[in-house]
Design a protein around this ligand. Structure first.
Ligand code: SF4
Length: 376
């Protein structure tokens, strides 16, 4: 398949690995920000092919994983109402809230539907004018533009029975929070290529300079990741800390201007809680005042729902790179994809699920476990 197969070429992968092995002289800790990259790294065994000196830390880049428990509880409350058709992507249905998930709400008679696009939810609203249709809008800068466009269309078309439960998050403030943590071990970042294809790279030079970390925009296929690691290690060995784009076939410096304009119109920046991490200032988006009529939190008065995260799940430490999934005592025993205790085991992009699916059950606990210290 074009644009896939040529980025999985074993011979080219070997050459990149040889270059990395020849360049490394001392230990380095790199964080891949995106859950899709984590999945690819574990699936292809890239972390096991790298020199022992290069450690990949799996960052908080899975949208399902970082959605806070209280937002799940708000979704459960809204979805339970008889007048509501609650629409969501499928991976949110199994994320445990307090005591139950959206599948259970559906089993109890709630009208919970899996959709493949926010526009499907808008169509359902148009076809059911006597019902309230709510779409669960979560994710990073990648899923935010179509969600913004859908709310924009709802307003333009006068579809008043459509609203969105929004929990969008932004990557650059998370990088800032990770680097500001006293327990931070991260020395460089593989920035998420798809996020940068929307937002560009304009927010990164200041972060790279302030924290003196290389930030290399990286794609998702094995060669993309190896090239990102190669460029990052080269910078680290030279004592450099610049922003570099290793995913130029998809990312332009300015990103996607049309998508950014839509985001600016529909959303406004807000503080946002990240599951297991806590509130990170300016790290999220909510609907702006102009679109408040379509804000499900406001429409269904669930703004005041507050939930404490369960203590037994250590996904917060996983998401901060302080713990590898297999170092959690519940991993593979109490907690599996069929019986997830935390969101990092539910989502296909979650680090715990990736370790479980690709049989990293037998890895011994390594030296990376740290005392849990919240980022903020
Ligand atoms: S293995 Fe399960 S309990 Fe442990 S951190 Fe991951 S999701 Fe949480």
């Amino acid at each position: 398949m074009k644009y896939i197969d040529e980025f999985q070429d074993p011979e080219l992968a070997r050459r990149l690995l040889d270059d990395i092995h020849a360049t490394v002289t001392r230990p380095w800790a790199l964080m891949e920000v995106c859950g899709g990259q984590t999945h690819s790294i574990i699936r292809h065994g890239i972390d096991q092919l790298l020199p022992d000196e290069v450690e990949l830390i799996h960052g908080p880049g899975c949208p399902v994983c970082v959605t806070p428990l209280e937002v799940i509880d708000k979704a459960l409350e809204i979805a339970s109402r008889p007048e509501v058709i609650f629409c969501s992507f499928g991976d949110m249905l199994r994320v445990p809230g307090t005591g139950r998930d959206l599948f259970q709400v559906r089993g109890e008679g709630g009208d919970v539907r899996v959709v493949y696009s926010p526009l499907d939810a808008l169509r359902i609203a148009r076809e059911n004018p006597d019902r309230e249709v709510v779409f669960f809008g979560i994710g990073f800068e990648t899923t935010a533009p179509p969600n913004a466009m859908t709310v924009h269309q709802a307003r333009k078309q006068g579809i008043r029975n459509f609203s969105m439960l929004v929990s969008h998050v932004r990557v650059p403030p998370a990088i800032e929070a990770i680097m500001s943590s006293p327990t931070c071990r991260v020395q460089a970042f593989l920035a998420a290529g798809h996020v940068c294809s929307v937002m560009g790279v304009g927010e990164y030079p200041e972060l790279a300079e302030r924290f003196r970390v290389p930030i290399v925009v990286t794609g998702f296929e094995p060669l993309d990741i190896l090239e990102g690691v190669r460029r990052t290690v080269r910078q680290l060995e030279r004592g450099e800390h610049t922003v570099d784009n290793a995913y130029a076939r998809a990312v332009r410096a300015e990103g996607n201007p049309a998508a950014r304009a839509m985001l600016e119109d529909v959303f406004e920046v807000t503080d946002r809680a990240w599951r297991g991490i806590g509130v990170i200032p300016d790290s999220g988006w909510r609907l702006s005042a102009k679109y408040r009529d379509h804000d499900a939190e406001h429409r269904f008065s669930v703004e005041d729902i507050r939930t404490r995260e369960p203590a037994e799940c250590r996904s917060g430490e996983v998401l901060q790179g302080l713990l590898k999934p297999h170092e959690c005592a519940a991993f593979g025993t109490l907690c599996t994809p069929r019986t997830p205790l935390g969101a990092t085991m539910v989502s296909s992009e979650g680090a715990c699920a990736a370790y479980y699916l690709y049989r990293r059950l037998d890895l011994p606990a390594g030296p990376t476990a740290r005392e849990a210290t919240p980022v903020v």
